[in-house]
Design a protein around this ligand. Sequence first.
Ligand SMILES: N[C@@H](CCC(=O)N[C@@H](CS)C(=O)NCC(=O)O)C(=O)O
Length: 196
Amino acid sequence: MKLFWAPQTRSSRAVWMLEEAGVEYEIEHIDIRDSSQHVDVDFRAASPMRKVPALKDHDVQMAESAAICLYVADRYAPGRLAPAIDHADRGRFLFWLMYAPAVIEPTMSEKLNKIEPNRASNGWGDFKTMISTLSTGLGGNPWILGDHFSAADVMLGSSVHFMQLFNLLGDEPELTEYVERCRERPAFQAAQKKEG
Ligand SMILES: N[C@@H](CCC(=O)N[C@@H](CS)C(=O)NCC(=O)O)C(=O)O
């Protein structure tokens, strides 16, 4: 399995995921600032937008971090990092997995770029509602599905990690403790080590 990766990017969550799954993989460094270097046919096939992370696993080629996390969990750690397809938690798991790209990232972008949110027409609401929904979702549990860590925590935890790096997180004890728990995981630390 090969992960197309760049430092200080969303690639770190794919590494975290692969480390949690315990699969073997190699990393190919993509220079995201120089598209003339994007000559690898596998990278071009896996990532039509030439973005990282992207993955090649035998004949599977794909991009989008949430999709990669879901693929790795279902393929290599079913029942452990993703509830089985007929498990009652599956719906909640998918909701929170998709919450990161569908709600957290657009609201973060609006906040960083000081764009006034249009709650009613935006599919992602606004930053404040995103934060309170996530805090309520955690509800004092260690992980988003309760006691069980899953791929959804990789997506959510890495998003909260970036929120903190960008100084977007105010006094949110629930989220601060959550991201601290994520950072204590050996797989998270292995991913951070690769950042150099
Ligand atoms: N929605 C994508 C976003 C991927 C993305 O934007 N990656 C950035 C780095 S964090 C990138 O490759 N940027 C280079 C470019 O767009 O040329 C995901 O979650 O994987």
